[in-house]
Design a protein around this ligand. Structure first.
Ligand code: GCO
Ligand code: MG
Length: 408
């Protein structure tokens, strides 16, 4: 038996997704997520122009060998485009293997280590009242953990903060369909550092100590600013502070660590285990934030998370809406199976997306389960997908008040 066809499906049910479909000579179909927000077509081309012909005729069961063939064989290793393409192939092959075994994927990864996967929701609001409404809304839905982002007085729309009022949806859409270039936002770290600790203090007063509170710094602070921030928010007992500093600089985390006990998470923009080498071996972080979709798939994520486990570091797999339901399913199977699970990000997809991707996840009082269908448990409806054409979209760009381009 072998791989008979490889197809790339680009669809845009409210936002863009790139999905790989691998079909075996026996007619078994596997799905992989290759979505790279704002740069989707590069991965689609990598898959259809470069990898598809290499895959035809290969034994679909040789997952590790195929991974190494694509990773080492390319010579040009790593990078988000390459690793998202490899991830899609890897997910599709695991989907096929688990379907052939007649088992949900988590069984092939060692079986369930827990009954369900604790998830966190995105609570945000332009001011405290809107934020508190969002937190209340998520608590009513059963969530036990929320990521908290809010507006900063004096700054306009900030990435990560929903402009929608209460009663609509509380989350935000990461990439704007805004024509030929990205939207631009304004940032000032000084105003942020002065404002945020008070917000956490009010949340603790209003919602008590049980709620798990997460916060995303979105790479905007310098190491010393992040150290001060992590220290200032210690009394509010954050579950984690994410992406405090730009991801390229692993040693920046040393400085934060030296000053504070606030748990640290990083890695959504990383794409291999090597991005974490210093962070893990020196225990500079508490949570690994990679997406299965951007880190070479299930094969690579399992190794990364096992490596982290040796150092007592846990998972916090990236799961915004730019990860498709296929990528989300891959995350949930890993979450259920590994021992060092921490928490899973969960930003529910919109209705149109869920018409295109039929999922079997279940949500119960703050916990997700990937379901027990053979494989990943997600099927793409190609007819439904065909109704949504690709629409160019960009993540925003950030500038300081004086116009300097800044990390966002
Ligand atoms: C998160 C994120 C995302 C990213 C987005 C970029 O923690 O979920 O920071 O919202 O910004 O995935 O495409
Ligand atoms: Mg983030």
């Amino acid at each position: 038996m072998s791989i008979a066809s490889v197809d790339v499906i680009v669809t845009s049910p409210g936002r863009n997704f790139v999905t790989l479909k691998i079909t075996t000579s026996d007619g078994v179909v596997g799905w992989g997520d290759a979505t790279l927000n704002g740069r989707e077509l590069s991965v689609a081309s990598y898959l259809s122009d470069h990898l598809a012909s290499m895959l035809i005729g290969r034994d679909e069961d040789r997952i590790e060998d195929t991974w190494q063939y694509l990773y080492r064989g390319a010579y040009w290793r790593r990078g988000p485009v390459t690793m998202a393409a490899i991830a899609a192939v890897d997910m599709a092959l695991w989907d096929i293997k688990a379907k052939k075994a007649g088992m949900p994927l988590y069984q092939l990864l060692g079986g369930a280590s827990r009954d369900g996967v604790r998830v966190y929701a995105h609570a945000s609001g332009t001011d405290f009242e809107a934020l508190a409404n969002a937190i209340t809304g998520y608590r009513e839905l059963g969530f036990t953990a929320v990521r908290v982002q809010t507006g900063v007085p004096g700054l306009g729309q900030i990435y990560g903060v929903s402009a929608a009022g209460p009663g609509v949806r509380y989350d935000y859409e990461p990439a704007k369909r805004s024509g030929d270039r990205p939207a631009e936002e304004t940032w000032d770290t000084r105003q942020y550092l002065n404002h945020m600790p008070g917000v956490f203090s009010k949340i603790r007063e209003e919602f008590g100590t049980d709620l798990r509170i997460l916060h995303d710094g979105h790479h905007r602070m310098s190491p010393i600013e992040a150290a001060r921030f992590a220290k200032d928010v210690e009394p509010y007992d954050l579950f984690w502070l994410e992406d405090a500093t730009p991801g390229e600089d692993q040693t920046a985390l040393r400085l934060i660590r030296q000053h504070s006990t606030t748990p640290l998470a990083i890695g959504e923009v990383f794409n291999t285990v090597y991005d974490y080498q210093t962070l893990i071996t020196e225990r500079l972080i508490d949570y690994v934030r990679s997406a299965v979709t951007h880190t070479g798939g299930i094969t690579a994520m399992k190794k990364l998370l096992d490596f982290a486990a040796i150092y007592g570091i846990r998972s916090g797999i990236h799961g915004p809406t730019d990860i498709s339901p296929v990528g989300m399913a891959a995350a949930l199977h890993l979450d259920l199976a590994i021992h060092n699970f921490g928490i899973q990000e969960y930003m529910p997809h919109n209705e149109q997306t869920l018409e295109v991707f039929q999922t079997s996840f279940t949500f119960d009082r703050g916990f997700l389960h990937p379901g027990d269908q053979p494989g990943l448990g997600v099927e793409l409806d190609e007819e439904a997908a065909g109704a949504f054409d690709y629409t160019k979209a960009y993540l925003p760009v950030n500038r300081l008040l004086d116009g300097t381009v800044h990390d966002w």
